[in-house]
Design a protein. Structure first.
Lengths: 332, 256
């Protein structure tokens, strides 16, 4: 009976993600629909509509799907690994490393030449951050060491990002950096999606492989070890997978906050608290949520489009507060 | 199946905790591991469970435990840690089901044998009525039994339990000891670290008294728990009386 309900929840979330994905392709600024124009009698109109579909809407929708799924999946995995409901994918420092890498590309004025250098710099930054994490934490780190090292890396890379901002030569570079950091899916090319997708998929596979190990961790590291799960390998897969996937996501879209933190909490009432069982529905819910949020930001007709990362944080932060209050009530 | 521990040496933080105890256990047996604080009981159990590095040899059925692949070993040796807890509010049934993890094939759902083992374990530990309850809302005694059922569900030939009754009231202490006894009576081996000597004497087939990392006495409860050993190892004067299921040890005062 309950196995059926787990399946139903996943099917429902997949359906929601699919609907928002299609909507993301066909719905434009101010809710304008592309559908009619795709079958327009005027050849130029039709060609233009297809061009928009392929070059603008499709990469945007794909990013919503991939990045949303990445954030939901890795958020659930890290909360399971750290056995802490307040963990989020940025905690291990890979996403701030990715942000720094991308910002440096803007800083040196390379972004205008080749747009591809931004995600490239981002992924390189994420990999460097992961390398430093490995050096700091060692082969078999405790959870505390892992979190402390991640926090240190995040703090340092954020400081360097601020330094790059304050030293930027031209106001245009500052403008570019700030807007990029706010996080958005607009004006991203298919090439960028093609570059980042393999990293996200590889990361997702690594993270997905930890499901049963995360279940075992419910009983603590010692018990998980006596259930046959090699702890260093489990941690390495969860951390490396999260770093690769989130680093690649940030390299293309900038920082999109709170989704990885919030989504597992939204899913728990539906499928329970078992960490391994949270992974799939969290990925699906993350995709649905981020695609929906990206639809929301393009609905206003006048003025500049609100940045997606700003909107997710605007919605996510109050939810986070509510979570803290509820946790405090439950454990006085 | 035979468990053989030979000249076991292990250190914690530079201090040598185990100084070469050796013993053998064969067939279904309930072994009580007793001894004062710091004697090395937990370290011994953790070494057998594969949680700490050691020198010397531990073998199960003639095969050194280091040579057994992790999952296979997890099916042979189950471990219930001291003060075990659940980090997430799982239902009791889902928590007990975690004991089947070493038996699950990758990408395969649990098989009927797994469901059976879970039911068996819940029945044995008398927790089936909590099946759908969140374990974090259960009382300490109820939760201890659910966590014990998790370890039973592994259906390992050797079950290691570290102070399973120390935080429980007398009713629940007897309940847990009954469950362990029943597990042994189904043909398995249990090694339990125990502080309550009366409980240990009443339920165990054999006691191993550890002191400062070596075995001070090894035998039937009446052989091990004598006024002399209690004075030498525990540094207490004690009244000892009764026999079999009514055996008791009552520490009276410290030896100066």
């Amino acid at each position: 009976m309950r196995r059926h309900s787990y399946l139903l929840v996943n099917l429902g979330l997949a359906l929601a993600a699919a609907i928002f994905f299609l909507a993301s392709i066909y719905v434009g600024r101010g809710g304008e629909l592309l559908l009619a124009k795709l079958h327009a009698t005027d050849g130029t109109d039709r060609a233009l509509a297809w061009l928009i579909l392929e070059e603008v809407r499709l990469p945007r929708a794909l990013l919503g799907l991939l990045v949303g799924a990445t954030l939901g999946l890795t958020g659930a995995a890290l909360q399971g690994l750290l056995r802490n409901p307040l963990a989020e994918p940025g905690l291990i420092g890979a996403s701030s490393g990715a942000a720094l890498g991308a910002v440096l590309v803007f800083y040196f004025g390379l972004a205008s030449g080749t747009a591809m250098l931004v995600p490239f710099g981002g992924v390189a930054g994420a990999l460097v951050a992961l390398g430093i994490l490995y050096l700091l934490a060692g082969r078999d780190p405790s959870i505390t060491t892992l979190v402390l090292a991640g926090v240190a890396i995040s703090a340092f890379t954020s400081a360097l990002t601020s330094l790059a901002l304050s030293l930027a030569a031209s106001p245009y570079a500052i403008y570019e950096i700030i807007f990029w950091l706010l996080g958005s899916f607009t004006d991203r090319s298919m090439d960028q999606v093609r570059f980042a997708a393999p990293f996200m998929l590889l990361g997702a596979v690594l993270v997905a492989s930890t499901g049963r190990g995360l279940d075992a961790l419910t009983l603590g590291e010692d018990t998980a070890a006596t259930l046959g799960f090699n702890q260093p390998s489990l941690k390495a897969r969860a951390v490396l997978g999260t770093g690769l996937a989130v680093g690649a996501a940030v390299s293309v879209t900038g920082v999109i906050g709170f989704v990885g933190l919030v989504v597992p909490h939204l899913v728990r009432p539906l499928v329970g608290h078992q960490p391994g069982r949270l992974l799939l529905p969290s990925a699906l819910a993350g995709a649905a949520l981020l695609l929906a949020a990206d639809l929301l930001v393009r609905l206003p007709t006048g003025g500049p489009e609100p940045k997606l990362g700003v909107v997710t944080s605007l919605i996510g932060a109050p939810f986070f507060l509510w979570l803290i209050l509820r946790t405090r009530r439950e454990a006085p | 199946m035979k468990l053989r521990v030979e000249n076991l040496r292990a250190s914690l933080g530079g201090a040598r905790v185990l100084r070469g105890p050796s013993f053998e256990v064969e067939g279904p047996s309930f072994i009580g591991l007793v001894g004062p604080n710091g004697a090395g009981k937990t370290t011994l159990v953790r070494a057998i469970a594969g949680l700490i590095p050691f020198e010397g040899d531990i073998s199960l059925g003639g095969i050194s435990v280091d040579a057994i692949e992790a999952r296979a070993r997890a099916r042979k040796i189950a471990y219930l840690a001291q003060g075990a807890e659940s980090h997430w509010p799982l239902t009791a049934e889902r928590l007990v089901a975690l004991g089947r993890l070493p038996h699950l094939e990758p990408f395969r759902a649990p098989q009927p044998a797994d469901e059976e083992a879970i039911e068996h374990a819940m029945e044995l530990a008398d927790v089936a009525q909590f099946r759908h309850r969140d374990v974090l809302t259960l009382s300490g005694g109820e939760r201890a039994r659910v966590l014990l059922a998790r370890a039973l569900a592994v259906e390992a030939n050797l079950l290691l339990v570290d102070e399973p009754v120390s935080s429980l009231d007398p009713y629940h202490q007897l309940g847990v000891m009954d469950v362990l006894r029943a597990y042994v009576d189904r043909g398995r081996m249990v090694i339990a670290v125990l502080h309550d000597l009366s409980l240990a004497a009443r339920f165990c087939d054999r006691l191993i008294l550890l002191d400062e990392g070596v075995i001070h006495a090894d035998g039937s409860p009446a052989q091990v728990l004598t006024p002399e050993t209690l004075r030498a190892v525990y540094r207490v004067e004690a009244q000892i009386g009764g026999e079999g299921r009514s055996f008791f040890v009552q520490p009276m005062k410290r030896v100066e």
